[in-house]
Design a protein around this ligand. Sequence first.
Ligand SMILES: Nc1nc2c([nH]c(=O)n2[C@H]2C[C@H](O)[C@@H](COP(=O)(O)OP(=O)(O)OP(=O)(O)O)O2)c(=O)[nH]1
Ligand SMILES: [Mg+2]
Length: 131
Amino acid sequence: MKRIHVAVGIIINRQQQILLAKRHEHLHQGGKWEFPGGKVEIGETISQALIRELKEEVDLDVESTESFMDISHNYPDKHVLLDIHLVKEFKGEGKGLEGQIIQWVNSEELGSFDFPEANLPILEKIRQLDL
Ligand SMILES: Nc1nc2c([nH]c(=O)n2[C@H]2C[C@H](O)[C@@H](COP(=O)(O)OP(=O)(O)OP(=O)(O)O)O2)c(=O)[nH]1
Ligand SMILES: [Mg+2]
């Protein structure tokens, strides 16, 4: 199965809250909460893809990104490579431009959201950040 390459942003605001978005029901892993992001297009770097996706999906202007971790995960119906970056410098408040629900949450609250299975190591590593 082809592996899709996804640029994912852990977006952290000045209140140390993290931005989550709820995936639309009809999408792969629909109904689950995600860190905003999307597929890297041909000819794009990861950071270009992340900047583009975060503008398109949540209306943020990203000023810098820091690499955080990569996760390769096989769902029964899709193989993904998540290229995850921290985003702490950006302009904008965040807005669900694709009609998705978005929410800024404290790191202690992350455990109460239902994420795709591939995200478990991300949640573990966020817990180790000093937020
Ligand atoms: N953005 C994001 N995707 C995730 C996370 N966890 C996870 O397994 N995924 C998977 C779900 C999807 O299979 C894939 C993201 O692809 P997508 O369909 O949202 O891609 P996209 O935003 O470029 O949308 P499109 O090309 O379908 O319009 O990565 C996550 O935390 N954030
Ligand atoms: Mg997406």
